[in-house]
Design a protein around this ligand. Structure first.
Ligand code: NFE
Ligand code: MG
Length: 566
């Protein structure tokens, strides 16, 4: 008999997300994803100076702190056809790269690893055997029996105190937890180390961006990073080397720990490879431009439709007409006034609060569509688009990760094994390794350019009379982000953010097409409906951010907590 499970709130994410699933015969047969808050940033922007928008929209999120700022300045620059200097482009790339390193590491360890790793089981591990396991995978110096014993002691003290702190309230001992005690102890140790490495990335972002969270060094027309290599108060060689050292340390963790842990978890949970694919239309944005004009990019963008890698089409750049013309949002099943599906420049945001209704409206998220289709966005989309297009670095890294998984799992897996829950983690780790190298590459390009004597950082914008439209495109850690602006006589007339988590977590549309979270849950096994760990696994693999997705609190303060979930 079908049974309905409501998980509200989903935790270890940013924001308020409710997931409802129908379970029959031990598997999910239907699903609803509902954003449970409204903030109205898009409305706050109306009438304001376009040069100020990035400061407001950056407050959409405390996780992807930089990405809305970048998308916003790009949207205004696009509307004005305003180029930016090379130094500005490279400094923005550094901001993007460093932020991404922080974000991907935090997601795997702090926000999702405990769906797969049983902290309590780590107490049964032998520290010496844990060292042997870890050394067979990587020569990371943190992998010593001494450290593993110390971590085990810490966890034991926590368990005995009865105050589990960050490890409270999870599904320890769940039948779907499959890692041997030694793998669990290794992962818990890396969880704690990850806290140090995410901090290093944050420090680097603070140095280049002036502040973290929320960088302060952008401007419409470039950046506001004062550069004088001989001045202690500005960006100088000492600060540049501080940034490089921090990125290099973080890269060491990514290459020797994060990527290896994801491959190990993926291989030891090989039975999960078939679950969680859902929507197999993939969408990604070109980003990390290599020149001032943004005509060439290190990160590939484009589409794959219906899981067919051969169908992949690239987006040449941010002017790509196919992209600009074919994005729409539907509010047929969302709590907004109207029943339309519109292009962002034509949209409005008029909240109309309602009750959760499986057959009607049930979310504050709009439902973005591309050429009428739901699309999955995120690291998996970008890595698949790059793979399909023969992007040399991505092909090499994806093949490397697949062979590591194949070795640990003892069975050969190909790129189609990436369609799903485990694949989203694998692709994020692969992308993180790529981003570490690209961040260092952009650091070098910046230093080389400064050494030519070019210190330009800013082209002043001027706002003509009349109406201009622009779009700012960015590949955020959770996927393709676009900000759409309409400027009228120098003021914002309309501003719409179409955000990665809105693409993935959005509801059904008028055609009843499920959004990617919803579709990905169908057929997931559920071993114990009272403890729906498997739902968390699949949802967390997208790295949800609902603050971003609705950029908007339930006015009635409704609370429906049927299941407690970590
Ligand atoms: Ni709030 Fe975000 C990212 C954006 S949401 S985390 O990455 O944009 O998907
Ligand atoms: Mg929006």
């Amino acid at each position: 008999m079908a049974e309905r499970i409501t998980i509200d709130p989903i935790t270890r994410i940013e924001g308020h997300l409710r997931i409802d699933v129908e379970v029959d015969g031990g598997a999910v047969t239907d699903a609803w994803s509902s954003g449970q808050m409204f903030r109205g940033l898009e409305i706050i922007l109306q009438g304001r100076d376009p040069r100020d928008a990035w400061h407001f929209v950056q407050r959409i999120c405390g996780v992807c702190t930089t990405v809305h700022a970048l998308a916003s300045v790009r949207a205004v620059e696009d509307a004005l056809n305003l180029p930016i200097p090379l130094n500005a482009q490279l400094i923005r790339n550094l901001v993007q790269g460093i932020h991404c390193l922080h974000d991907h590491i935090v997601h795997f360890y702090a926000l999702s690893a405990l769906d797969w790793v049983d902290v309590v089981s780590a107490l049964d591990a032998d520290p010496v055997a844990t060292q042997q396991l870890a050394e067979s995978l990587s020569d990371w110096p943190g992998n010593s029996a001494k450290r593993f014993a110390a971590v085990q002691g810490k966890v034991k003290a926590l368990v005995e105190s009865g105050q589990l702190g960050p490890f409270a309230n999870a599904y320890w001992g769940h039948a779907a937890m499959k890692l041997p005690p030694e793998a669990n102890l290794m992962a818990v140790s890396h969880y704690l180390e990850a806290l140090d490495y995410q901090r290093k990335a944050t420090m680097a972002l603070g140095v280049i961006g002036g502040k973290n969270p929320h960088v302060q060094n952008l401007a419409v027309g470039g950046v506001a990073t004062a550069i004088n290599l001989d001045n202690e108060a500005t960006l100088n060689m000492e600060r540049l080397f501080r940034i490089k050292d921090l990125i290099t340390e973080v890269k060491g963790f990514v290459d020797n720990v994060y990527i290896v842990d994801v491959a190990a978890v993926g291989a030891l949970y090989a039975e999960w490879l078939p679950y969680g694919a859902g929507v197999t239309n993939y969408l990604a944005a070109p980003d990390m431009p290599t020149n001032a004009a943004a005509t060439a990019f290190d990160l590939p963008g484009g589409t794959i439709m219906g899981g067919d890698l051969a169908s992949s089409q690239a987006f040449a750049d941010w002017k790509d007409v196919r992209f600009r013309d074919n994005v729409e949002e539907s509010i047929a099943r969302a709590w907004y006034d109207g029943d339309w599906q519109k292009h962002p420049w034509q949209e409005d945001t008029v909240p109309a609060a309602g009750q959760w209704n499986a057959d009607g409206r049930y979310s504050w998220l709009k439902a973005p569509r591309f050429e009428g289709q739901p699309m999955q966005v995120g690291p998996l989309s970008q890595m698949l688009v790059g793979y399909a297009q023969g992007h040399e670095e991505i092909v090499k890294r994806v093949n490397g990760a697949l062979s590591l998984v194949s070795t640990i799992a003892g069975t050969r897996v190909g790129p189609d094994a990436l369609f799903g829950t485990i694949g989203r983690h694998a692709a994020r780790a692969v992308r993180c390794g790529l981003m570490a190298d690209l961040t260092l590459k952009n650091w070098q390009m910046l230093v080389d350019n400064l050494n030519t004597g070019d210190l330009d950082i800013f082209n002043a914008p001027t706002f003509p009379k009349g109406e201009q439209q622009g779009v700012g495109i960015h590949e955020a850690p959770r996927g393709l982000l676009s900000h759409w602006i309409v400027i009228q006589d120098g003021a914002i007339k309309n501003y719409q953010c179409v955000v990665p988590s809105t693409w993935n977590a959005g509801p059904r549309d008028a055609q009843d097409q499920l959004g990617p979270y919803e579709a990905s849950l169908i057929d997931n096994p559920i071993a114990d409906p009272e403890r729906p760990l498997e739902v968390l696994r699949t949802i967390h693999s997208f790295d949800p951010c609902i603050a971003c997705a609705v950029h908007m609190l339930d006015p009635e303060g409704r609370e429906v907590i049927n299941v407690k979930a970590l």
